[in-house]
Write a protein that binds this ligand. Structure first.
Ligand SMILES: [Zn+2]
Length: 878
């Protein structure tokens, strides 16, 4: 291995450069192995007598290199399991300066770990168990399917042939070139057209039984959605979104989609949400297929979001690719920004940029306020370190800083720079600075200086605003979730975008140092910093400005995105013990008449933060009063919006209904009429004689989870068995997932134990099993303690279940089995456990989890010491 000193990266030697892979793969769908024959065309940069390639779980039978001077045969093949490389020693030298061809004959395993070339189980329409096979190569698993130079900058052309059982479909990135029946008609050999020059992680292929729906875009690309047999109806929604989105991106990026076709396939077992393989995008079932009639607004939004994200990668990531994994954020941050941009363009009524504030930007700020966060641009020395960087920093903070760039540049220069960048670097590789340069040329603004303060530094600023006469002093410092003031001083280049009653400031100034002054107009009315929430930061107002903001919210002067942003900042400040907890309660009272879905999401987060302390730790009369306080928001909103959707309901009204009923399950349990109605509607779902239409009328899809939660929070054996019966009766992955999330909410310890045993029994898909822990931990303190104890007791088993699966699955089960932990003892226990049972691939995630639990513990102490913990507390007047 060459250690590239310049960047400190461990990469394959540069002496041979692959330009074209000619690959033939023959899977055996019964023995779960495959044969591979490969010829790789190479440019020889330096003379060499060995070939070093990436290879994992492959057995190379024979290899040779043909070059201008003859043939060099393999005399030794050795594997480095740690580096996942294979070194082929040759009996002669391959000379520098010419061309050569590496020929390899090998075999590999069709594994069941959702990585490389792997198999999935599914149930056919007639109830039979079947197997299909597909690929997931990003980041480092192309090497599980063929020996290769598995680095994003080693782009090459791929010419693939698949030999599959004649009764199965198969497809790849490119359309079929030719196909023929062989072996007396038992097998079909399908050769695909050569791909464009691309990275190894983007190659993909699938083998199985499918139905499909198809449509031609206005710009002439054929788009297909492949579904399990008999389910093609469920592909229409994603197909329509994809067709509209592809045309939108053609115009936005200024370059037409470069392939002749786009296929999108739902894979029965899938570790991620989706994967952007060029021309063959693979998805989790729930992220692609939805019932065209019954789908909830959240399901539609989710599918559209994932489709728009993956299609953005067809340009950003596939056509122009990061040079190395340390710029992964360029791919993911940009695609996450673009998914919102496209949703906003295609579905303006969804108000996506308002939702972005509470969802994407909120997630970024939560994670990036931890000391165990990392900068967007993170040095990656060994490629496997990248696995842990597929996190909210790359996706959510990444997209938040792209949004910041958009705010500074304006829409026109943003797009012009982007189009120039695409045109210049198509089929090539780039670094972050290439994008800054393109935007600087397009705008004349110091984009590199502004942006690098956000991408190279971990964390983000807390702006503190102090009113004095008509001047506001603004200071900045690094914000940490536990409120501590770090010794290390950092500043960011902050565009000061704000509004008063007179409107948004015209030309926002750039704040570079620690302090800045704003002069307000005489009748300023109110001051909202970070107007539009376009910059990923937090704002702390002094008491005078805070009261003025609460007044402006009551008066209806602040739009929803800014109301959500303001409240979200207050929640973070209270959690950091910078704002006293009773102050957060006062702020919440300004939202008494709130009916906006996005703001309710943030209110829900505020209630949940206080609930960890008030219900899980303090309890008693103060806890009961807290529950009544939350109910005083939820109950009137529910009586306004009602159980049943009306004709005039918009997308977000339906979303709000789901949020409200979900809260009602926890905080309005004493409302007998509500509980009885929930029970009545649940019975309709269970009634075998009720038609699908009657069931959908009683429980619209968007209310299903909320209703399950209401029922399960009071459930005994009968309701529990009924839920398990619903699970057994459906093969719809979304419906199953909803039940997995909720069934553990039961107050019965014995039933919760059954849920946990079920989770790890092997009956549930590996991609989903961790959801069942969520219900158990959310059921209350006892459930949380039980879930964590169960995790520890069964750690060896869980570890073996996930042996070679994506580390993200282990992270998920750890997070779900400790959700809501908010005491120092709990943190200590988690830390000791993982010291004794280390998980290097999850270490960053565990450190982040611990830091969060410790900061919640600090918050709990602050609540305990506040008037909120007193039995005599009055939440309406405090
Ligand atoms: Zn992505």
């Amino acid at each position: 291995m060459a250690d590239d000193k310049a960047a400190g990266r461990v990469v394959l030697p540069p002496c041979l450069e692959p330009t074209k892979y000619i690959l033939k793969i023959t899977p055996d769908m019964e023995r779960f192995v495959f044969d591979g024959e490969m010829s790789v065309e190479l440019d020889c940069r330096e003379a060499t007598s060995e070939v070093v390639v990436h290879s994992k779980e492959l057995h190379i039978r024979e290899a040779c290199v043909e070059h201008d001077g003859g043939v060099a045969n393999a005399v030794g093949i050795s594997y480095d399991l740690k580096l996942t490389t294979c070194t082929i020693k040759l009996d002669g030298e391959v000379p520098a300066g010419g061309k050569a061809v590496l020929n390899v004959n090998y075999m590999g395993y069709l594994n069941n770990q959702m990585a490389g070339f792997y198999r999935s189980n599914y149930t056919a329409a007639n109830g039979e168990r079947r197997v299909m096979a597909s690929t997931q190569f990003e980041a480092l698993d192309a090497r599980r399917a063929f020996p290769c130079w598995d680095e994003p900058a080693r782009k090459a052309v791929f010419e693939l042939t698949l030999v599959v059982p004649a009764n199965l479909h198969c497809f790849s990135n490119m359309p079929e070139a030719e196909a023929a029946l062989i072996e007396e008609g038992r097998l079909r050999s399908v050769q695909f057209l050569p791909s464009p020059r691309m990275s190894t992680y983007l190659l993909a292929f699938c083998v199985g039984e499918f139905d499909f729906v198809q449509k031609l875009t206005d710009h002439g690309v054929i788009v297909k959605v492949y579904t399990p047999p008999g389910k093609s109806d469920s592909g229409h929604y994603a197909l329509d979104v994809a067709c509209r989105c592809l045309d939108l991106y053609d115009d936005f990026f200024g370059l037409e989609y470069p392939l002749p076709k786009l296929d999108m396939v739902a894979i029965p077992e899938f570790a991620m949400g989706a994967m952007e393989n060029w021309g063959l995008v693979t998805y989790r079932m729930v992220d692609l297929l939805i019932d065209p009639v019954l789908a909830s607004p959240q399901q539609k939004q989710r599918v559209a979001t994932v489709v728009n994200h993956e299609l953005a990668h067809q340009w950003f990531g596939n056509l122009v690719t990061m040079q190395w994994w340390d710029d992964l954020w360029l791919n993911e941050g940009f695609a996450s920004w673009t998914e919102t941009f496209a949703n906003d363009a295609l579905f303006p009524e969804w108000k996506m940029w308002e939702q972005f504030t509470s969802s994407t930007q909120g997630a970024a700020l939560r994670l990036d306020s931890l000391r165990s966060s990392h900068p967007i641009q993170v040095p990656i020395k060994h490629a496997e370190e990248v696995e842990e960087v597929f996190d909210a920093i790359s996706y959510c903070k990444g997209s938040s800083v792209v949004r910041l760039a958009h705010a500074v540049l304006g829409a026109e220069a943003f797009q012009a720079g982007l189009q120039a960048y695409m045109a210049e670097h198509q089929y090539g590789n780039t670094e972050t600075t290439d994008l800054w340069r393109a935007w600087e040329v397009a705008s004349g603004k110091p984009i590199g200086e502004i942006m690098s303060s956000w991408t190279q530094q971990m964390g983000f600023p807390l702006l503190t605003a102090t009113l004095s006469g008509s001047t506001v002093k603004v200071t900045q410092r690094w914000f940490l979730s536990d409120g501590s003031v770090p010794e290390e001083k950092k500043t960011w280049v902050v565009p000061l975008i704000y509004a008063t009653k007179e409107g948004k400031v015209a030309n926002p100034e750039l704040m570079r140092g620690e302090e800045h002054s704003i002069t307000l107009p005489a009748e300023f009315g109110f001051l909202k910093l970070n107007w539009g929430q376009e910059v990923p930061l937090r704002v702390h107002y002094d008491d005078a400005l805070l009261d003025i903001m609460c007044g402006a919210i009551r008066a209806g002067d602040v739009p929803a995105g800014d109301r959500a942003g303001f409240l979200s900042d207050c929640v973070a400040l209270a959690k950091a013990c910078i704002m006293p907890p009773e102050k957060l309660v006062q702020v919440l009272r300004a939202f008494a008449d709130e009916r906006d879905s996005t703001v309710w999401e943030t209110m829900s987060a505020a209630f949940s933060l206080l609930s960890n302390a008030m219900l899980n730790e303090i309890g008693g009369a103060a806890g009961d009063k807290y529950t009544a306080f939350v109910a005083s928001f939820v109950a009137p909103a529910i009586s306004d919006i009602g159980w049943d959707a009306s004709e005039s309901d918009a997308h977000l009204d339906k979303t709000l209904r789901g949020t409200l009923f979900s809260l009602a399950g926890k905080y309005c349990a004493s409302d007998e009429a509500l509980a009885a109605e929930a029970k009545r509607r649940f019975q309709v779902l269970l009634n075998r004689d009720a038609s699908d239409a009657e069931k959908a009328a009683a429980v619209p899809t968007e209310l299903r989870v909320s209703l399950y939660k209401m029922v399960m929070r009071a459930a005994g054996e009968a309701d529990f068995e009924a839920m398990m019966g619903l699970f057994a009766a459906t093969d719809d992955n979304q419906a199953q997932k909803e039940i997995m999330q909720c069934v553990g909410l039961t107050p019965s310890e014995a039933l919760r134990r059954r849920v946990l045993d079920w989770a790890i029994s092997g009956e549930l898909k590996l991609q989903d099993f961790f959801y069942t822990f969520a219900g158990v931990t959310s059921s209350g303190r006892d459930g949380l303690v039980q879930a964590w104890a169960f995790f520890k007791d069964n750690f060896a088993h869980i570890k073996s279940m996930l042996a070679t699966a994506s580390p993200s699955l282990m992270s998920a089960v750890i997070v779900y089995s400790t959700m809501g932990a908010s005491s120092l003892e709990f943190a200590q226990d988690i830390e000791s456990f993982f010291e004794a049972n280390p998980l290097p691939q999850n270490s960053r995630r565990i450190a982040q989890l611990l830091e969060n639990v410790r900061s919640l513990a600090k918050f709990t102490d602050a609540v305990r010491a506040s008037p909120l913990a007193s039995d005599a507390v009055d939440f309406a007047t405090i």
